[in-house]
Ligand binder design. Structure first.
Ligand code: HEM
Length: 515
């Protein structure tokens, strides 16, 4: 059978590209899997398998500190590489993020590539999650946390194991989406009381999974996302869009200042003196992004933390003692000096973020082909060709034994200088802490994440003691066959997970305050 001329031309072109990428490409000498050297399809399969973080770590162990994960992609496994890439004016967000924009070209702070556009969006978002805004928002947050605590109290009254065990992933997702929907839209999602969260959480996970594949293999974007969603039985994506429309119209029907939320904070900024014109549709695109950015991430961090605390009794005791000796009542637990002074609490949270980072894979940056500087770009001693996509795999760096001895051990003490751990050692670890990324494109909501998580954990330990559920129920969430007691994450850019199942016991009469 002979090939037609056009087919022959296509086959010749593909062969030419493959040979070029393998033999002549500027990154040809970097080690990595064969398929990754010639095609981004490698990354696509990696993302589709949801184990990007685990596989990237294995590849680093096999090939060394710098690996080629796509024809034009390099991943580094060092703190120096992390800082050289993410804290660098000449490095931009990867243009692969363009595939995550809406079909109408709409974008938000996370996928704004152009620096001017990004600055304007970041300013808006920054106001909503600033310390001042958080002070006003805290009572709303506290109200949702109280519902969470009351639900736990109800579960603790059940006598049968199945109903008394609390699946922390489920509860944290409901809570974090209820909080962030109030910040984004002033909208009472009330998942904790009517379980509508299942729609939000599943739709966001599905969307995030599709994005993670498209980020690795941009042509995937051309498969219509909704067709794909329908094919994969993710009709929730459609229902989710209906819900978002409802949240927006409900917000617009109320006076701007009735509630402290994103709209009340930034609507005065619309089309004003920012160097980029920002319209009301853009504002809603930002608000919608709050849901995955602030909901999915915090719930993963807290599920991980409670998983590790339930398996490390010494850390649990130390943390419980710190909380119970710092505050005088549940109501006393509020944002401020006392809470931020709970150093062991912060160390526990950072340690959970290290071991099970909510964004566990590589967040891609790019050394633009258009860079005109005469200076070479050096990353951890390597001269980087223009047009290269660069990154650090968060999970891999945070399990690098050079920075974190015994990396699979939950050890909050590694974040606190002491007789055993010097300030230099702590600084060394901090330099390799990548959970929030770094630089101009690092997490905008870090302060909110710390406040929200600190309140939830401190209040939970004030009112309750908790332990791992007995038997198989207590195993849910643990990595299987890995030889380590690790909270299992499935990477979908953010993370999918389950458990841990915990039994909560009310402490004395403290819970009376909750009713
Ligand atoms: C433990 C919780 C959190 C973690 C681990 C986390 C992590 C991250 C990471 C790694 C990025 C960079 C992503 C990339 O470059 O593609 C990011 C960006 C971002 N995060 Fe967070 N995040 C958390 C909580 C929050 C919260 C509560 C908010 C507030 C709503 C938030 C808002 C944002 C925004 C707006 C960006 C985009 C920043 C930009 O591109 O300028 N995050 N986050």
């Amino acid at each position: 059978m002979s090939l037609s001329m056009p087919a022959l031309a296509v086959v010749t072109l593909i062969c030419f590209i493959l040979v070029y990428r393998f033999t002549f490409h500027p990154l040809r000498n970097y080690p990595g899997p064969l398929l990754a050297k010639v095609s981004d399809l490698y990354g696509f399969f990696l993302a589709a398998g949801m184990n990007e973080h685990l596989t990237t770590r294995k590849l680093h162990m096999r090939y060394g500190p710098v690996i080629r994960l796509g024809p034009s992609k390099l991943v580094f496994n060092s703190a120096q590489g992390f800082h050289d890439i993410y804290n660098n004016e000449r490095v931009t967000k990867s243009k692969a993020y363009l595939v995550t924009r809406g079909n109408d070209g709409s974008f938000h702070v996370w996928n704004a590539i152009d620096k001017k556009q990004h600055r304007a969006r970041r300013k808006l978002v920054g106001e909503a999650v600033s310390a001042r805004s958080m002070r006003q928002f805290e009572p709303i947050m506290a109200g949702q946390i109280n519902i969470f605590l009351r639900n736990i109290l109800n579960s603790s009254h059940n006598s049968d194991l199945k109903n008394s065990a609390v699946n922390v992933t489920d509860r944290m997702k409901m809570l974090s989406f209820d909080i962030v929907s109030r910040l984004a839209f002033g909208y009472p999602l009330d998942s904790q009381t009517n379980r509508s969260y299942e729609l939000v959480s599943k739709a966001i996970s599905a969307g995030s999974y599709l994005h993670s594949m498209a980020l690795h293999f941009p042509p995937f974007r051309h498969l219509n996302i909704f067709l794909l969603a329908a094919f994969a039985n993710w009709g929730q994506l459609y229902d989710y869009h209906v819900l978002v429309t409802k949240m927006i119209s409900s917000r617009l029907s109320r006076d701007k200042n009735t509630v402290h939320d994103f709209y009340s904070i930034v609507s005065d900024e619309l089309d004003t003196e920012t160097d980029e014109k920002i319209g009301s549709n853009d504002l809603w695109a930002e608000a919608v992004f709050f849901l995955p950015a602030g909901g999915d991430t915090v719930s993963t961090a807290l599920s991980g933390l409670l998983f590790y605390l339930s398996r490390n009794p010494e850390s649990y005791q130390k943390l419980a003692t710190e909380i119970r000796s710092t505050f005088v009542s549940g109501a006393d637990i509020q944002g401020g000096q006392k809470l931020s002074g709970c150093r062991y609490l912060r160390a526990c949270f950072d340690e959970a973020l290290r071991m099970s980072p909510p964004v566990s894979g590589t967040v891609w940056r790019e050394f633009p082909a258009t860079d005109r500087s005469a200076e070479p770009l050096i990353v951890d001693g390597h001269v980087i060709p223009r047009g290269t996509q660069l990154g650090v795999s968060t999970y891999t760096l945070q399990h690098n034994g050079e920075y974190f001895p015994d990396p699979f051990a939950f050890r909050p003490e590694r974040w606190l200088p002491s007789a055993d751990i010097s300030e230099d050692q702590v600084r060394w670890a901090q330099d390799a802490f990548a959970a929030f990324s770094l630089g101009a494109r690092g997490c905008a909501g870090k302060a909110m994440a710390y406040l929200e998580s600190s309140l939830i954990v401190a209040k939970s330990l004030w009112y309750f003691d908790f332990e791992r559920a007995p038997g198989k129920l207590g195993d849910v969430g643990a990595a299987e066959n890995s030889g380590v007691d690790e909270f299992r994450l499935y990477n979908t850019f953010t993370s999918v997970h389950d458990g841990p199942n915990l039994i909560f016991h009310p402490r004395g009469d403290f819970c009376k305050e909750l009713s």
